[in-house]
Design a protein. Structure first.
Length: 146
């Protein structure tokens, strides 16, 4: 007589054991990665909301929109839409420092970086309305817009 069905099952289980453990480990690692990325995404969206409300409090949205789709048709906006700012600067080294300084000190009144895309007037200094570290946080957020 051959081995009992029960013994066969036990043998089968042990022969599959490494495979099963590997799958379990993969599932655990998968869930771990998912949990971490969900947490990071959540932390990021909290930061984005913070940056947005800092920008709102500093009055940036008086002149800027986030997307150029928010601009009225045919009317040049006062300041460039921030998605366009991101597109223009995000791959440039030192962009965050450069833009933070312009936000705090204002743009050059005699030479616009946004000819034909914005009204062409200069941005006034915003240092009265926002701290340097908040300005930097807003700029990082602007550069993350897609
Ligand atoms: C009174 C209107 C006004 C306000 C308020 C304002 N901006 Fe601007 N912003 C402008 C204009 C106009 C430009 C375009 C400057 C140029 O033509 O080079 C600009 C440009 C920018 C740029 C791109 C700079 C460059 O050289 O390309 C950034 C980034 C920016 N603004 C961020 C901000 C932030 C952050 C705030 C709030 C703290 C803010 N702006 C408030 C009018 C404004």
């Amino acid at each position: 007589m051959g081995p009992e069905p029960k013994t066969l099952m036990v043998q089968f289980f042990f022969s599959m054991y490494p495979q099963i453990m590997k799958s379990c480990a993969q599932i655990i690692v998968g869930f771990g990665a998912l949990a971490i990325s969900t947490t990071l995404a959540f932390a990021q969206s909290v930061n984005d909301e913070q940056a947005k409300s800092k920008a709102a409090k500093a009055g940036c949205f008086v002149c800027h929109t986030i997307s150029h789709r928010d601009n009225k048709d045919g009317v040049l906006p006062v300041g460039p839409a921030w998605e366009d700012v991101s597109k223009q600067y995000r791959d440039k080294p030192g962009a965050a420092d450069f833009l933070t300084r312009i936000v705090l000190e204002g743009s050059n009144p005699y030479s616009s970086h946004w000819k034909n895309k914005a009204a062409g007037i200069a941005m006034p200094p915003n240092a009265v309305a926002i701290t340097e570290s908040d300005a930097r946080q807003v700029v990082y957020w602007i550069l993350s817009l897609r």
